[in-house]
Design a protein around this ligand. Sequence first.
Ligand SMILES: *Cc1c(COP(=O)(O)O)cnc(C)c1O
Length: 420
Amino acid sequence: MDNESLFKRAAEVIPGGVNSPVRAFGSVGGTPYFVARAEGAYVWDVEGRKYLDYVQSYGASILGHAHPKVVEAVQAAAAEGTTFGAPTEREVLLAEAIRDRVPGCELLRLVSSGTEATMTAVRVARGFTGRSRVVKFAGCYHGHSDALLAAGGSGVATLGLPGSAGVPEGAVAQTVVVPYNLVPELDADVAAVIVEPIAANMGLVPPAPGFLEGLRAECDRVGALLIFDEVITGFRLAFGGAQEVTGVRPDLWTLGKVIGGGLPLAAFGGRREVMEVLAPLGPVYQAGTLSGNPLATAAGLAVLDLLDHSSYTMLAGRAAELGPMLADVITEAGFPVHVPVVGPLVGLFFTDTPVTNYDEAQQACGNGLYAAFFRAMLDRGVAFAPGPYEVLFPSLAHTWPEIERTADLARAAIATVPLP
Ligand SMILES: *Cc1c(COP(=O)(O)O)cnc(C)c1O
């Protein structure tokens, strides 16, 4: 079996051959590799090629792939039944584990995807405030619900779409898109401001000093709720998420990726009085056949159990090595490059200037250098995300030899890319 023929077959039965658009390699060219298996920092494709993997399911696999403790937990859970439509003990344990790590997140509900979490957090904010308008920031991605797709970053940006066809005007009429890193002046009709506290879907764009504090103050001034979309940053940035690092507490959180341990699981939560608007306590409806799924909660608990404060020190240490080394080899080759690092997250922009918002990200991502570098790295067995708006996700399985090898291979790879 080879990637080429599998991709052809896939395209006959799955639109574009993929179940999530960026996977199709549209913006980097070439044929996607079809993964056969993975372990730790590595994935193997169906042709037997091995890749040092910085995709790690866009951050879902923080321990690296197929961690034995996670595999064991999922196998044991599977043998006991995979879904019941009735509550289970592990849902309580996972909710407690999240609450105990995230001060202020008093009540939370488990769902199956980040998209569901953000969509419902917005509904909760609207239900609680009795207002309609939602403010989001250009380049922040909050999943693919109609109201939040505008200027969405990530795959939406990779495909060069302003938003999406099929979204009626009415669905986005109450969504206001403003630039990242500028505190907007809010009206009293705003239900919520939703933000990635560290933006990681337009490349990596850290919040400017005062930005999140300013959002908090402005939300308080008009009685709007602040939603931190921590689907990427939650349990990746720090033990307690972005709040721990920034000191800013939102009213609502959305979580995903890491907390599912590689299975479909996400969550939204917040202050008790806000979350109490949810059915069956209150009038805001939300539900899910597979919500709090027994396999997913088993994986999530196994992952959280293995993460302590030292894990984040270790992850941030790897990123602090990888970022500057990448920047150095690319600079030495004569290319403009900017490699932001925030905790364990590493970005990669082929530009001279720091990127602070979506306009600047689009400029930096438009020169084709990322695609050329991506292909040269993939040829050498290193898998970065197949789009310039994604970030690198070193995991706990990426040890010093992997980091060093990445820099060596990057030096060889960049040497094959023509200077602009
Ligand atoms: C990935 C992501 C989502 C969407 O999560 P899915 O599980 O893909 O639906 C939402 N918000 C952010 C910040 C994300 O990175």
